[in-house]
Write a protein that binds this ligand. Structure first.
Ligand code: DC
Length: 218
């Protein structure tokens, strides 16, 4: 039986639009490690609940769904990956993420994805709850205006019909929910390195993160 404590983990947490997904994926590729996009798990669950007509307020039904839904994100087809990227799905994911029993069910499923030679995990509670033994914890921040602009460009590039003002409001509401929930709220771990990415391009953010990684690994 593999002891996950012996597998190196780097966590990258932060609010939506902070750049954690892009930076996390680049880092995983650079190190040759696995990558866990934990937000995708919440999004897949939310999409499945919407598809099956399960109310986003029914904790028991959502918990059962969380134990059975196929979350092998590597095997997902493009249609599902596109669907889960919508702002509506992100909001639904944030709503179901408040339930302790749903989070508990997903906790073990996330830890099971920790495999050699190492894991880069991005989300909200990777450093605080899921992988507290991580060798490096990064927390990315950015102003809400900048995050809305980044999301706007991403979603427009994906041909989604969104407005900047609408995104600003949705991101603000999601921030309040993610930061204010009782269980595993969005916040930096005590031992996290906090990086403000406002005004920085993705290359600059990646460079800054790599400085920390090099310091920690070599
Ligand atoms: O990172 P994202 O935008 O794909 O995440 C969508 C929602 O899922 C987010 O608003 C809250 C929830 N989430 C969470 O509660 N914990 C995580 N580790 C990742 C996502």
């Amino acid at each position: 039986m593999l002891n996950i404590q012996s597998i190196p983990v780097i966590t990258i947490d932060g609010p939506g639009g902070s750049g954690k997904g892009t930076v996390g994926l680049l880092l995983a590729k650079k190190l040759g490690w696995h990558f866990l996009d934990s937000g995708a798990l919440y999004r897949i669950l939310a999409l499945e609940a919407l598809t099956q007509g399960i109310p986003l307020t029914d904790e028991g039904a959502l918990e059962r769904l969380a134990g059975t839904v196929n979350m092998d994100i590597l095997l997902l087809d493009q249609r599902i990956t596109d669907n889960i990227r919508s702002e509506a799905c992100g909001n639904a994911a944030s709503k179901i993420a408040i339930f302790p029993r749903v989070r508990a069910m997903l906790l073990e499923r996330q830890r099971a994805l920790c495999r050699p030679p190492g894991l880069v995990a991005d989300g909200r509670d990777m450093g605080t709850v899921v992988f507290p033994h991580a060798i490096l914890k990064i927390f990315l921040e950015a102003s809400v205006e900048e995050r809305a602009k980044r999301r706007y460009r991403q979603l427009k590039d994906a041909n989604q019909n969104v407005t900047l003002q609408g995104l600003l409001e949705e991101i603000r509401a999601r921030d309040v929910r993610d930061r204010g929930r009782v269980i595993a709220p969005l916040k930096p771990a005590e031992d996290a390195v906090v990086v403000d990415t406002t005004g920085l391009g993705i290359e600059a953010v990646f460079e800054r993160v790599m400085q920390e990684v090099e310091h920690c690994l070599y």
